[in-house]
Structures are given as structure tokens and as C-alpha cells.
Write a protein that binds this ligand. Structure first.
Ligand code: ZN
Length: 418
């Protein structure tokens, strides 16, 4: 076979592969192209589960925020923690006294050390509050189980009811009833009351309501989204999918399994997506997180780092803080124009194309990725996210010209800008 004939065959194969991908994945390609693309390297730090707790948590938060204050981005702004807040924990004495018939709460201001640390963080611009929930549990479900004599749950109440992470996992959801498996959905008026109660407590504490929210355990449904929208929430933080419940075997039920970043929910708010895991307590440490940060920047996405409170309040807190510090330092070294943003700011940029300092309004704008950078980032997103597209590209060797094209278009992603 001559070289010309072989080359012709290979090129024909590529054309067929492209046609195949286009015909079978046209909607996916269009949706991916319509997503937000940001030219600058952006880092968002998302941390769940801050809220009422012992004085040790206040110290842990102080130490974490002090670390963030040491890391400045390309415009001199300190790193900022988007802290997802639970506004209340149970009041076990009152609940037990009612025979587990009345749910009573203790709010953030009943925990002055933590409240002070949170407010100090906001004043220092190293913390941006976001609503996680009024509670990190479903109150009526817990009461019902305790009334039925659940000894483990009664012991949890007797121990103070502060540490919801010690509850069996299905009981930690807020907007679904996990007192039995499969979980049951929660009626709209009840969900509306939970959302309204959370927003009211948040507003009482901060002086203004939340514009963004993330559901405990990523469990929520259409009803929750309508309640959030009615309460002024504009952005829904996610892990890239939604879980509406858990099955009889405890498995999370994803619906939909795929959320397009920046897309609007039918209720109105936009979805944001976490895409980097720095959860050293779960074995997701610095190196894997750094690899994800580099990949997200190459895809012209913000690196939205998920990192829960328990990494910073337990025995390995010091190592977890050190690892986060290394991540931020590496980010600053690799991307001189790096920008730190809080989640509501990222949402606002998607919606209105602006980011601004709430005090002075003087931050330089973020650039949109356009032309060469956007095309390269688009191809990178397709490759990393979609196994079938990747398989076709590799088996037909289409990956070779595609990789060359990506390299020529955007050889130093995130390090130039635009
Ligand atoms: Zn949580």
C-alpha cells in the first residue's frame, strides 16, 4: 500500500469518526459549547458544614482563614473561603422534654466563638457565606425515629446533638426524609418552611440574604429549587449532578445525572459545579487536587475546590491546611494572573459578565475565553468528560490531530489570559 493511499484511508477514518460523533452527540456538543468559558485562571474554594459548633471549630476556622490571608491573587486579593453554613443544630433538652414531639433549635449566635470567627473572616474578606441549610438533617424524620425508640438516635441527642456527621448517613439529608430507605420526598410547604427558615436565620446573622445555596448531601429536588428561587437564591452549587433521594440499598439516585454548568434550573437559578476534590480525610489529597486544578484551567473553567470542614477540625487539620497552602502557592506560581473568587461572584460573572469588589467596585474584569482558547478548552472538556467520545477519538487515532490542534491553539492555558 502506498503512503498516499494509507494517509487517505486514515483521513477518511477521521472524517467518519467526526461525522459519527457529530451525529450521535450533537446536543452534547452544542451544550458544551454554550457553557461559560473564562480566560483567566480562577480558583474558588467551597467548604461545607461550617455552623454551630464547639470553640475548637472557631479556632480551626481562624487558622484556616489566616492561611488564606497569606495567599494573594494576581490583583492582590486574599484567597477566600465560600463557607457553606448550617444555621442551627437541635436543642436536645427541649426536644427530649417534649417527648420527641417538638423540634427545637439552637442558632449560630448561641455559639459565640464560632459566630465571632465567621464574622471576622467576612470582615477580613477571607470568607463569603453561602447557605447550606437551616439544619443538616430532616427534623420530622429524626423525631419520628426517636419516638419509635431508636436507641442510637436517642444517644446522639443525649450527647448534645451537635455533631450531625455522626448520624447515620441517610439522616444527614435536609430536603428529603431519610428516616427510612428508600428516602421519601418532602412536601412543598415543609420544604418552603425549611428554606425560608434558613434564609431568615442567615439574614438575621449576616444582615443580608444568601444568593447561593448548596443542599446537604447533594439531596434536593424541583420543589427545593422552587423554594430557593422564591427566597432569592440565584445560584445552586452542585457536584455536577443532582440527587433526589436514596434507594432501598442506600444508593444515591441521580436525576439528572449531568448538570450543565451555568444552565438555568426550570425554577430560575443557575447551576454552579464543583470540579476539584481536596478532601484529604477521604484520601483526595494535594497531588490529585493539583492535577484537577491544572485540568480545569486548561478547560477554561474555574477550579472549584470542594473541601469540607472536617478536614480542618480533626486530627489531621494541620496537614490539611498545609496541603491547601501548597495548592494555593502552586496556583500563584503557575498562573501569575490567578484570580480568587467566591461562588456568588462566579455566578454573577456567568449571569452578568462582571465581578466587582463589594466595597470599591474596582476589581479588574475577568476575561472570557474566546477563539483559539475557547476552541482548545471545548475540545479538552469533551475529551475529559465523555468516555464514548474519548473512545472513538482514541480507537480511530483522531486523538492525534486533535491533540496537535489543541496544543497549537492554546499551548500555555491560563498563563496568558484572554
Ligand atoms: Zn454538608
Amino acid at each position: 500500500m502506498s503512503v498516499a493511499l494509507a494517509a487517505g484511508l486514515v483521513i477518511s477514518l477521521w472524517v467518519v469518526a467526526l461525522a459519527l460523533i457529530g451525529a450521535s452527540r450533537g446536543r452534547l456538543l452544542a451544550a458544551t459549547w454554550r457553557e461559560p468559558y473564562v480566560g483567566d485562571a480562577v480558583v474558588v474554594i467551597e467548604s461545607d458544614d461550617w455552623g454551630p459548633g464547639p470553640a475548637a471549630h472557631a479556632l480551626a476556622l481562624d487558622q484556616l482563614l489566616a492561611l488564606l490571608a497569606c495567599h494573594r491573587d494576581g490583583i492582590g486579593r486574599p484567597a477566600i473561603l465560600t463557607a457553606n453554613l448550617v444555621m442551627a443544630v437541635p436543642d436536645p433538652e427541649a426536644i427530649v422534654a417534649s417527648g420527641y414531639t417538638q423540634y427545637r433549635r439552637r442558632f449560630l449566635d448561641d455559639f459565640p466563638e464560632v459566630a465571632t470567627a465567621l464574622r471576622a473572616g467576612r470582615a477580613a474578606a477571607t470568607l463569603c457565606p453561602q447557605l447550606h441549610g437551616l439544619d443538616h438533617l430532616y427534623p420530622e424524620g429524626l423525631l419520628a425515629r426517636a419516638r419509635a425508640g431508636d436507641a442510637e438516635l436517642r444517644a446522639w441527642f443525649a450527647a448534645g446533638g451537635l455533631d450531625w456527621e455522626r448520624l447515620p448517613s441517610p439522616l444527614q439529608g435536609h430536603y428529603v426524609d431519610g428516616s427510612q430507605l428508600p428516602t421519601r420526598s418532602v412536601a412543598a410547604p415543609v420544604q418552603s418552611a425549611l428554606v425560608a427558615g434558613g434564609v431568615e436565620a442567615f439574614t438575621r446573622f449576616w444582615g443580608e440574604g444568601p444568593t447561593s445555596a448548596v443542599a446537604p448531601c447533594y439531596l434536593w429536588d424541583d420543589t427545593t429549587e422552587r423554594a430557593w428561587a422564591a427566597a432569592g437564591v440565584r445560584y445552586i452549587q452542585t457536584a455536577g449532578y443532582r440527587c433526589t433521594g436514596r434507594g432501598a440499598d442506600g444508593r444515591y439516585l441521580q436525576d439528572p445525572p449531568w448538570l450543565v454548568p451555568g444552565n438555568r434550573s426550570p425554577a430560575g437559578p443557575r447551576y454552579l459545579v464543583r470540579n476539584v476534590m481536596y478532601e484529604p480525610r477521604d484520601g483526595r489529597g494535594e497531588e490529585s487536587a493539583w492535577a484537577e486544578v491544572v485540568q480545569r484551567v486548561a478547560e477554561a473553567q474555574p477550579a472549584v475546590i470542594s473541601t469540607h470542614r472536617y478536614n480542618y477540625t480533626g486530627e489531621q487539620a494541620e496537614a490539611a491546611r498545609a496541603g491547601l497552602g501548597h495548592l494555593l502557592a502552586r496556583g500563584r506560581r503557575r498562573y501569575p494572573r490567578l484570580r480568587f473568587l467566591a461562588s456568588p461572584e462566579w455566578g454573577r460573572w456567568i449571569e452578568q459578565g462582571v465581578v466587582s469588589d463589594p466595597l470599591t467596585g474596582e476589581w479588574p474584569p475577568l476575561t472570557k475565553a474566546t477563539r483559539r482558547r475557547k476552541v482548545a478548552a471545548f475540545l479538552r472538556r469533551l475529551y475529559h468528560r465523555h468516555a464514548k467520545v474519548r473512545t472513538v477519538a482514541i480507537t480511530t487515532t483522531l486523538i492525534l490531530p486533535a491533540a496537535l490542534l489543541v496544543f497549537c491553539l492554546d499551548p500555555r492555558p491560563g498563563r496568558g489570559g484572554g
